[in-house]
Design a protein around this ligand. Structure first.
Ligand code: SAM
Length: 245
């Protein structure tokens, strides 16, 4: 199976173990690499996601593929002690780094840590008001299963926000972005984390990921309604939002 970029899909088992290897390998350097690779702009993309989520005091939020907890830490402050945030990730190293980081920030009481695969979530039906997934969906092997699983655990009226790399739409941006992805990313990965391969995977996984309209259809097919998306930074990143009504 090929993608809209013409790349071959990686076989299922190979992809899952490769993703696990990548995130075990980058976990310790993950936060600094995020800042370096995005020139700090990932903070703005995440801020916009938090604002679009509409969390309030008492909300129950699931931050899926939450990694080191950038979104979860913000949500924990917003929902207060009457709310609940679950920081979930498939990868024990990433989740442990997140737990330590949030504990150091003094965030406790309204946050739980759950190691889980987004494809088969271990939560009851209709549990959460908000599910977020930032830069996680492209790593998931069976994205349709993940979207259906998320739909199941959302309450009626709840919403999903998917922040993910997408397809550049700004004229002239694509070739520059290619240079950035396939030259700059592995180079910096080698320089800072001594790990060019993981950052080569990052570039490939971005290219393989469904574009804006495809992801919108996938969300609709999983049952989400009023699905919309907003391009950011010329379409390098898109924020998709859909509701369970
Ligand atoms: N959300 C965080 C952020 O924006 O900084 C972390 C994003 S990180 C690029 C991607 C995360 O997806 C990794 O922590 C990885 O372990 C997680 N992941 C990969 N496959 C997953 C799956 N099937 N289910 C849940 N999490 C998964």
């Amino acid at each position: 199976q090929t993608t809209h970029f013409g790349y071959q899909q990686v076989p299922v088992m190979e992809k899952a173990s490769r993703v696990a290897g990548v995130f075990h390998s980058v976990a310790d350097k993950y936060d600094v690499m995020n800042d370096v690779m995005s020139f700090g702009v990932h903070r703005i993309w995440k801020r916009i996601t938090i604002d679009a989520a509409g969390a309030k005091q008492g909300s129950k939020v699931l931050d899926l593929a939450g990694g080191t907890g950038d979104l979860a830490s913000q949500f924990a402050r917003i929902v207060g002690q009457s709310g609940k945030v679950v920081l979930s990730d498939i990868n024990a190293s990433m989740l442990e780094n997140g737990r330590q980081r949030l504990t150091d920030l003094g965030i406790a009481g309204n946050i739980e840590y759950v190691q889980a695969n987004a494809e088969c979530l271990p939560f009851a039906d209709n549990t959460f008001d908000i599910v977020t997934m930032a830069f996680g969906l492209r790593n998931v092997t069976d994205k349709e299963s993940a979207l259906r699983s998320i739909f199941r655990v959302l309450k009626a009226g709840g919403r999903l926000l998917v922040l993910e790399f997408s397809k550049p739409v700004l004229p002239g941006l694509a070739p520059i972005y290619d240079q950035y992805s396939f030259k700059f990313l592995p180079f910096m990965g080698k320089l800072i984390a001594n790990d060019a391969d993981s950052y080569r995977y990052l570039a490939e996984s971005i290219r393989m990921h469904p574009d804006q309209e495809t992801l919108k259809s996938m969300m609709s097919n999983a049952g989400f309604e009023r699905v919309t998306y907003t391009n950011m930074t010329g379409g390098i990143v898109a924020l998709h939002k859909g509701f369970k009504l």
